[in-house]
Design a protein around this ligand. Structure first.
Ligand SMILES: C[S@@+](CC[C@H](N)C(=O)[O-])C[C@H]1O[C@@H](n2cnc3c(N)ncnc32)[C@H](O)[C@@H]1O
Length: 246
């Protein structure tokens, strides 16, 4: 059963992204949408942080989001952006294109089945996936809690994120727990919440095989959200995929 973001994970989602200092995905999504016709669907549109600007640019784009808390944040930030509150697995519809940025696809079990289902809804797919180099290389400790990021909140309060993970290279599975802690200005813990995710990840070869066996052809591949120089490790890959005519 699919589960959306809730509690601190939803409420602090944008602040943690801002603290990450990664390039925004908006320009890549904007460029993809420029060449597309008809209405597009954005799966896992979350708090609206990417959906809002894209709708403002004039794209015919509708969000689809499972978590009621994320939908409420989206409506608050970007009331002009339409969002359907539903799990994609229950959603029926045909679209000019479908976008799944920010690793949401990796939350879904059985990727081949999902890619085939996406092929029944559209001929054009935008997909962003991450590769967990830091976890695989041992740079981040396995089966231990470690400090991840901290955010500043109003009135001197702070939000803290700690992470735990277990990774299995042979099956491409990353089991991750997040611990969110709210502290007051003296550092006292006011509230703690834990969440859990089971993500899939793919090697380059495995991914290309997965795309071709599920009926998709790669039209374009962008490394590290466009911030890539020769020899860099590729942490994030964005794909423009086109359905192969059957
Ligand atoms: C990694 S977050 C990305 C959010 C947003 N795309 C962003 O970049 O800010 C994943 C989002 O997908 C939503 N989600 C997870 N499973 C879903 C599903 N099966 N159908 C629709 N949304 C889902 C979560 O609630 C969460 O908001």
């Amino acid at each position: 059963m699919a589960k959306g973001y809730e509690g601190f994970e939803a409420l602090w989602h944008n602040l943690f992204w801002e603290a990450e200092d990664a390039p925004s995905e908006v320009p890549l999504m904007d460029e993809f949408l420029e060449q597309k016709r008809g209405q597009s669907l954005y799966i896992g549109s979350g708090s609206g942080r990417l959906l809002g600007p894209l709708v403002e640019f004039g794209h015919d784009l509708v969000g689809l989001e499972l978590s009621p808390e994320m939908v409420a944040l989206s409506k608050q930030c970007c009331p002009e952006a339409k969002v359907i509150e539903q799990a994609w697995q229950q959603h029926e519809g045909q679209y000019g294109s479908i976008l799944i940025p920010a690793f949401t696809f990796q939350l879904f079990p059985d990727p081949q089945k999902q890619l085939q289902r996406l092929g029944q809804q559209t001929n054009h797919l935008y997909l962003t996936l991450f590769f967990p180099w830091a976890e695989l290389s041992g740079e981040l400790p396995q089966k231990a809690w470690y400090f991840d990021r901290r955010i500043s909140l109003p009135e001197g309060f702070q939000g803290e994120l700690e992470t735990w993970h277990q990774i299995k290279e042979s099956t491409g599975s990353l089991h991750r727990r997040h611990r969110y802690t709210l502290r007051d200005r003296d550092g006292q813990v006011l509230k703690r919440e834990e969440t859990e995710q089971r993500l899939r990840f793919f090697t380059d070869v495995g991914l290309k095989k997965l795309f071709s066996t599920s009926g998709w052809e790669i039209k374009r591949e962008i490394a590290n959200l466009g911030d890539y120089e020769d020899g860099d490790l590729v942490y994030v890959s964005t794909f423009h995929l086109e359905k192969v005519a059957s």
